[in-house]
Design a protein around this ligand. Structure first.
Ligand code: 1CP
Length: 365
């Protein structure tokens, strides 16, 4: 039995080649689990997130069922905004909806900064969880400034993030104030989770893929970097993830991540070449769990093989578990990853980053 510090997840997150590749799934708790639907019956999403007993139970459900190598704290990226008093709801089938979208400097200044006193239920839930989890690490998380700003400015989910980007392009002073506000809230929210016992953090910039590298570098990266630097002072590994970020992975690593999360669109070997010798997390297409089991496992094997070229690899899906996912498929996938061992020397075991055009993972096998 490994201890918490030498658990496969924390080893990989620190960029160490451990005995085996660890696995967890983004959105592993949630609607794909019948036991989740049962405990959520008649309880609103935000209400659930503020009930420590329920948070502990929901966070543990996928750990019990799958035996994954890490738990992710059950909450939502808009929860800290709710905690400081922003009028919002998480609507079933929709997502976060903001009553009064943020458009002006006065709107930004009206949002209070977060303190630990706003989220006593988070501290309580994290403490309860680490007691139950033993040597399984708990990942705390926060939404990154751009992704959270998108909900605040648009008022809800958006495909093109047009109003958000219009503020970024057209009202740089308001944009800067908003990004600083959210970065401060995210940093404090992560601090609360780590001080209560979380072993790692993930910064979700889910919608960063809507940006060009130029705009990401100028208007977003410095703010995410501030959150990651604050988390770095807490001494835990930091994972930085976004969707559709194939051309931003280098910048997302430079923002201060220890581990760069890769979505399923980018081949993992190409991603490893971009992230400057950092560890990676990902990146099986989440729809592959709907394929025949042997196809899913064959593709998972390819992801595992490709991950060997990184200093550390955490297996995950390339985005969250889709609600219609069959939990039995995720169980098979977990067992496959945990029993997988390399069969030959890796095609690139050098700590130097390989070039973006590196050959396929088994080229030299
Ligand atoms: O495994 C877990 O327990 C996951 C916990 C978790 C996390 C990490 C939830 C629960 N939400 C999040 C983060 C989150 N929330 C992100 C970043 C991760 C990602 O990209 O998936 C984002 C973008 C949100 C916003 C959000 N909350 C959405 C997306 C809306 C959109 O713009 O498309 C939705 C649907 C929610 C609600 C939500 N959050 C979590 C769950 C289980 C749900 C579904 C609501 C429910 O079960 O009632």
């Amino acid at each position: 039995m490994s201890t918490l510090a030498d658990s496969p997840f924390l080893q990989a997150a620190r960029g160490e080649q451990g005995e085996r590749t660890p696995v967890w799934f983004m959105r592993q708790a949630g609607r794909s689990l019948p036991e989740y639907l049962a405990v959520r019956e008649g309880v609103g999403m935000l209400e659930s997130c503020m009930d420590p007993e329920l948070v502990v139970e929901i966070t543990l459900q996928p750990v019990r069922r799958y035996g994954v190598d890490a738990a992710i704290f059950f909450s939502d990226i808009v929860l800290p905004l709710k905690a400081v008093g922003v009028d919002l709801d998480i609507k079933p089938g929709v997502g976060p909806v903001i009553a009064d979208p943020v458009r002006t400097l006065a709107d930004v200044e009206a949002i209070p900064d977060l303190t630990a006193d706003h989220v006593p239920f988070i501290t309580e839930a994290v403490r309860g969880l680490v007691g139950e989890l033993g040597s399984t690490p708990l990942i705390g998380f926060a939404g990154a400034p751009f992704t959270v700003a998108s909900y605040l400015v648009e008022g809800g989910p958006s495909k093109d993030h047009a109003r958000t980007k219009a503020m970024m392009f057209g009202a740089p002073d308001v944009w800067d104030a908003l990004m600083r506000k959210i970065a401060g809230i995210a940093a404090e929210y992560l601090r609360v989770q780590v001080e209560a016992g979380a072993s790692a953090v993930q910064l979700f910039d889910s919608w960063a893929g809507a940006l060009t590298p130029r705009d990401y570098a100028a208007s977003v990266q410095p703010h995410s970097a501030r959150v990651l630097a604050a988390a770095g002072e807490l001494g835990v590994p930091r994972i930085h993830f976004g969707v559709g970020t194939g051309n931003l992975l280098g910048l997302m690593g430079e923002a201060g991540a220890d581990v760069v999360g890769v979505d399923w669109r980018t081949p993992l070997d190409a991603a490893i070449g971009q992230v400057g010798g950092r560890a990676v997390q990902g990146n099986l297409d989440p729809t592959l769990v709907f394929a025949p089991t042997e196809v899913m496992l064959e593709r998972a094997g390819e992801v595992l093989e490709a991950g060997r070229a990184a200093p550390g690899h955490i297996f995950n899906l390339g985005h969250g578990v889709i609600p219609a996912t069959d939990p039995d498929q995720l169980k098979r996938l977990t067992e496959f990853v945990q029993s997988w061992r390399p069969t030959s020397e890796p095609s690139s075991s050098s700590p130097e980053p390989s070039p973006p055009s590196s050959p396929g993972p088994s080229a030299s096998a």
